[in-house]
Design a protein around this ligand. Sequence first.
Ligand code: OAD
Length: 260
Amino acid sequence: MQGEPFSDELTKRLARARSVVVLTGAGISAESGIATFRDAGGIWSKFRPEELANVEAFLANPDLVQGWYRERKRIASEAQPNPGHEALVTLEAEIEDFTLITQNVDNLHRRAGSRNVVELHGNIARSYCIDCNASYEEQGEQSEPDLNAAARCEDCGGLIRPDVVWFGELLPADAIEQAFQAARRASVCLSIGTSAVVYPAADVPLAARTNGAYVAEINVEPSAIAAMLNETVLGRSGKVLPCLVDAALQARQSMNQQAS
Ligand code: OAD
C-alpha cells in the first residue's frame, strides 16, 4: 500500500487473520475530545493521581473524588466515538475470534458498537456501593442519579464509588484472564493509542508477540515498547485505523474470491 503509513505485511496478516486481539489506551479517544493521561496537557499533568485516584483519597475526601469523577463522566458521556472506534467495530464483524481489550474507562468502545470488550481498568459509566456492593449502571443515554456530593447507596447508605481501578488496586481477575488468553490465541495484535507504561496492560502486546502474533502499534509517537513489536504505524488512530481496516478487508475479499 504505497503512501499508507502501515506495511503491506500488516495489511496481509490482518486480511488472513482468524484471531485478532486489540489493546487500546487513551490515545484512541483523543480525537473524541477526551484528554489522555501523559501527553502535554494530559490528566496527570494537571492532577496528582495520588490525590484523586486511590481509595485513601476517596475515603478522606469523598466529595472531591466523586466530584472529579462526575466531571470525567460528563465529558465521556458527551463525547462521541470517532472513526478509530468505528473501524474496530467494522473489523470485529469480519474476524471470527476478536477481542478488544481497553484500558479506557470512557465507555466509547461499547457506545460505538464493539461487542467483545474486556475492560481492564473498569468503566466510568458504572459505580458501586463500597459497603454492600450494589451496582449503579448507566442505562443507554440515561445517566444514573448523579454522583453528587457524598452520593450514598439507596440500599444501605454506604459511599458510592466509580467502578474504575485506582492506584494500588488489583485489576479484575476475569478481565486479566480473558485478555491474556486472547493474546495467546491471536495471530495479529494491534496496540493503539497507549504509552504502554502501565502494567499488566502493556504486557498484552508482548504476550501476543511471544506467542507468535504479528504485533503492530498505532500511535502518534513510538511507545515505551515499540522496539519489541513488529511494526510502529505513526499517525492518529482516527485516520490510520479506517484506512488499515479498509485495506485489510479489501485484501481479504480478493483472497476469498481467488480461493473460490
Ligand atoms: P497515556 O496518556 O499514557 O498514553 C496515551 C498515548 O496515546 C500516548 O502514547 C500518545 O502518544 C498516544 N496518542 C495521543 N493521541 C493519539 C491519537 N490521536 N492517535 C493515536 N495515539 C495517540 O494513556 P494510556 O496508555 O491509556 O490507568 O494510560 C494507561 C493508564 O494510565 C490509564 O488507563 C490510566 C492511567 O493511569 C488507570 O486509571 C488505572
